[in-house]
Design a protein. Structure first.
Length: 136
C-alpha cells in the first residue's frame, strides 16, 4: 500500500490572521464554517487552504520558530480515514527517508491523531485523521 497521492490542506503561516483572512476574502475566497477565531479554512477545488498564525503553526508541527530553522511557514496536510492510517503513513514516510518531527498524537484541534514529517528538503507534511474533514 502506498501513501495516498493527495493534498487535503495547505496551511500558510501568517503574521496577522485577520489581515490574511481579509485579503483572501477580497479575492472572493469565502471561509468555511469550520473557521474559528484561531484558524481560517477556505475550500478550494479539491482541497482546502488554511491560514494559521506562523508561530503556532511551527509549534504544532514540532518545529523551531520560522526564523531559526528555515521553516517556511507552510505545511501540506494529508487527511486520512483512520488513526491507524496516520501511524502507518508516518512510518512509511520515515522509511522513505523523511524525518518524523511530531509523532502521531491526539490533536488539540479535532478528534483524531495528527503528526508531522519533513521530506528530505525540509518541507513539512501533516498527516491527520480529522473526522470532521473527510478525505477527498
Amino acid at each position: 500500500m502506498t501513501v495516498p497521492a493527495r493534498i487535503s490542506i495547505i496551511t500558510l503561516g501568517v503574521a496577522d490572521l485577520a489581515r490574511a483572512t481579509a485579503f483572501y476574502r477580497a479575492l472572493g475566497w469565502v471561509p468555511t464554517p469550520y473557521s474559528t477565531d484561531d484558524i481560517t479554512f477556505i475550500e478550494t477545488s479539491g482541497s482546502m487552504l488554511a491560514l494559521f498564525p506562523i508561530d503556532e503553526l511551527a509549534a504544532d508541527a514540532g518545529l523551531d520558530s520560522p526564523t531559526s530553522t528555515g521553516f517556511r511557514g507552510v505545511t501540506m496536510a494529508i487527511n486520512l480515514e483512520s488513526d491507524d492510517e496516520v501511524c502507518r503513513v508516518l512510518a512509511q514516510a520515515e522509511a522513505a527517508g523523511g524525518r518524523i518531527v511530531k509523532p502521531a498524537v491526539p490533536s488539540p484541534f479535532f478528534q483524531g491523531l495528527d503528526g508531522y514529517f519533513t521530506d528530505p528538503d525540509g518541507h513539512a507534511w501533516e498527516v491527520a485523521h480529522n473526522p470532521d474533514l473527510p478525505p477527498a
